[in-house]
Write a protein that binds this ligand. Structure first.
Ligand SMILES: [Zn+2]
Length: 252
């Protein structure tokens, strides 16, 4: 997903990202693409906090962040951009504050609400790529629909207990979320068992997918899904197919 805008790196950026630019098929060109990219993260909680932190650390230029509500004690085992002193205050402020501490160059568009019918179009329009970290299917289907319609790559991650899944959707090429789940699984709930080490694992993998798609190197998970089971320490990669009658992507 090369960007046409390739403003040169500053000396500070060169010094900050030197070690990752040693990755030979990424290099300075990859870094410039990250700098010029905008990523939407839908929910910046257990998974999304770590995705946002890794993308901020890697030098993605702009993050559009959607996350509602105030910090609660039960956030703190996994939502690593929330801190104890921010309990009772808006999560999105905690997120913005912590990301700025790490990377003051980062452009942040903070949105103190979750993705919904009225903001989905606008949020996706602001991004070159979407990372969907929302736990519930209505939000995930909305992101999927907008990503497919606007032809934006979508990194999809989900987790439950000690298991997690990850795939990358390239509209018009790979299966979309609705190809994989024609209907929302009935057992999916808002509250679920989770260790931060599990949400953080799949988040780091999702961040690497986003970096690869933006910078255009490596092999992405388009057309494949990774299933991670940290109870058994097993990692399986399965091929996934487009559904010819998919209500979301069959016309693209
Ligand atoms: Zn589809």
């Amino acid at each position: 997903m090369p960007s046409s805008n390739t403003s040169p790196l500053t000396e500070t950026e060169r010094a900050t990202y030197e070690w990752q630019m040693w990755v030979s098929d990424f290099g300075e060109q990859g870094q410039q693409r990250l700098k010029n990219a905008s990523v939407l993260i839908s929910r910046v909680g257990g998974v999304g906090s770590v995705v946002a932190y890794e993308l901020a650390a890697a030098g993605v230029g702009k993050l559009v962040l959607a996350h509602a509500g105030d910090v609660k004690p039960s956030d703190l085992n996994r939502q690593l951009l929330m801190t104890h002193d921010w309990i009772g205050k808006p999560r999105i402020q905690s997120i913005e504050r912590r990301l700025r501490d790490l990377n003051p160059r980062l452009e942040i568009v903070p949105v103190g609400e979750n993705v919904n019918e009225s903001n989905a179009v606008d949020l996706v329009q602001q991004a070159d790529l979407v990372v969907d970290c929302a736990p519930l299917f209505p939000e995930r289907f909305l992101m999927n629909q907008q990503a497919v319609q606007q032809r934006k790559p979508l990194v999809e991650c989900a987790m439950y207990d000690l298991e997690a899944q990850l795939t990358t959707i390239i509209p018009g090429e790979s299966p979309c979320l609705r190809c994989l789940y024609p209907e929302a699984p009935p057992t999916w709930t808002r509250q679920f068992p989770v260790f931060g080490a599990v949400s953080g694992t799949i988040a780091c993998m999702a961040a690497m997918e986003a970096i690869k798609v933006i910078a255009g190197f490596g092999e992405t998970l388009a057309g494949r899904m990774v299933h991670v089971d940290l109870r058994q320490m097993s990692f399986r990669t399965l091929r996934v197919k487009r559904r010819p009658a998919c209500p979301t992507c069959s016309k693209t």
